[in-house]
Design a protein around this ligand. Structure first.
Ligand SMILES: *Cc1c(COP(=O)(O)O)cnc(C)c1O
Length: 423
């Protein structure tokens, strides 16, 4: 299968006249189509709600688009809470799924009326101290430990993850919370990341639904919702088969009918906290080839760097690259595509077969719509890029301007750009 960008070379040549490279470009049409498909896939569940994982792409314009499809937001920090509030998402529209949480963050979450998802049993006391009581609606994060497998494939290693409570702890936590006045309960777990299989959610659902039945039986707690969290992946590589959200929704429905309905728990709402699945494929990093270098390897230097997209540098993650205008040219050159950081890991591709790249060529780095811009940083004094929305009618909107040196200097109160120390 070939991976095609959502934008044509002709469109992009117009766009770069207005916004200099590098920048992240988002596809409104794709975002809307996907959000609608997710909504339909879980329409069988009356209380269903997607809480978009804000950390994936913390942009208010994109959050507003998702809000039109009923999405709330999943936050894990003070500023993410502020961001949700700013776009008019508050109350039970916010899921506060954080860990190692500061007291001020719990306090703001509580002021906004967010649902608080506790990562640890010790957070019960911590929360009570921070906000002066236990909320009536509360959720606990579960970690079953061990290794999470689908058939014989190891999906992830929850036993090694810092998140969530053990089985014993979650039973204990429910009892304590109930005694302290909690009335409505939720369960949350995130056991595997970027799963490119339709089986992950149904399997996770089975684990959580069975746990919910036992928790209800043993503690008498009313379970209002089960939060399947994030983890539905996207096909970063051209040979990967994309997930089918309708199949996933139907798979979860079957487990629901099998486990929850017979236990008299057919009123449980299903929540999700997807990030990558919501926006990943609908964003790309647009960059230009500015240098070529022939030493022990062939290098193409582009004007973006790991500060714009960190995943390849930190995880060796694959991001597909299209050389615009050469979509059908033979991939008969072997390149490392590099950024300009003084870090040898700053490579968007290593030993990648690509068409011959000429200086000035526009490159599209695919699937940067989630965990792309948001992981950016200022190493080497690099400035964060702009984010641009390609709207459904083909026009563009600047949804975040690029940083300037002024932004870089903003946190040094005693310095002004171009001047010496002005203490
Ligand atoms: C990161 C995260 C998500 C979203 O994960 P994706 O892989 O983007 O779907 C959801 N919930 C929590 C608690 C997270 O930390």
């Amino acid at each position: 299968m070939t991976k095609r960008p959502f934008v044509t070379k002709e469109q992009l040549e117009e766009i770069v006249k207005e916004y200099p490279t590098p920048f992240h470009l988002y596809d409104e049409k794709g975002i809307r189509r996907n959000a609608q498909a997710l909504k339909e896939a879980f329409a069988w569940n009356k209380g269903y709600r997607e809480y978009f994982a804000v950390k994936a792409t913390p942009n208010p314009f994109l959050m507003e688009i998702l809000k039109e499809y009923g999405c709330g937001s999943d936050c894990s920090s003070y500023t993410e809470l502020m961001l949700s509030d700013a776009v008019g998402i508050s109350g039970e529209g916010i899921m506060f799924s954080s860990n190692d949480t500061p007291a001020e963050d719990f306090q703001l979450a509580d002021r906004l009326g967010a649902i608080i998802n506790l990562d640890d049993i010790t957070h019960i006391e911590f929360l009570e101290k921070a906000i002066g009581r236990i909320p009536e609606t509360i959720s606990c994060r579960y970690n079953p430990g061990g290794i999470f497998k689908i058939s014989n494939d190891i999906m992830d290693n929850p036993g090694d993850a810092k998140y969530g409570m053990t089985t014993e702890q979650i039973f204990e936590a429910f009892k304590i919370l109930k005694a302290k006045g909690a009335k409505e309960f939720g369960i949350h777990a995130f056991l595997a990341s970027n799963t490119v299989t339709n089986d992950y959610y149904p399997l996770l659902a089975k684990v959580l639904f069975e746990l919910a039945v036992k928790l209800h039986e043993e503690t008498g707690a009313h379970i209002k919702f089960i939060n399947l969290s994030g983890g539905i992946g996207i096909p970063y590589k051209p040979d990967q088969e994309p997930n089918d959200i309708r199949v996933i929704g139907e798979g979860v429905r079957q487990v629901y009918e099998e486990v929850l309905v017979p236990a008299g728990m057919g009123d449980v709402a299903i929540y999700t906290e997807l990030g990558r699945f919501m926006l990943g494929p609908y964003g790309c990093l647009v960059t230009r080839a500015v240098h070529e270098k022939h030493t022990y390897k062939e290098y193409i230097g582009v004007d973006a760097c790991a500060a714009n997209l960190m995943r390849p540098a930190i995880y060796g993650a694959y991001h597909h690259i299209t050389v615009m205008g050469k979509e059908d040219a033979p991939c008969d050159h072997l390149y490392d595509v590099t950024g300009s950081l003084c870090e040898n890991s700053d490579k968007f591709a290593v030993d990648r077969h690509l068409p011959k790249i000429d200086i000035g060529d526009l490159l599209v780095i695919h699937d940067t719509g989630a965990h792309g811009f948001s992981m950016g940083y200022n190493y080497n004094g690099k400035l964060r890029s702009a984010e641009v929305l390609l709207k459904e009618d083909g026009s563009t909107q600047l949804i975040r301007r690029a940083e300037t040196p002024k932004d870089y200097f903003a946190t040094f109160d005693c310095f002004e750009i171009g001047k010496k120390l002005v203490k």
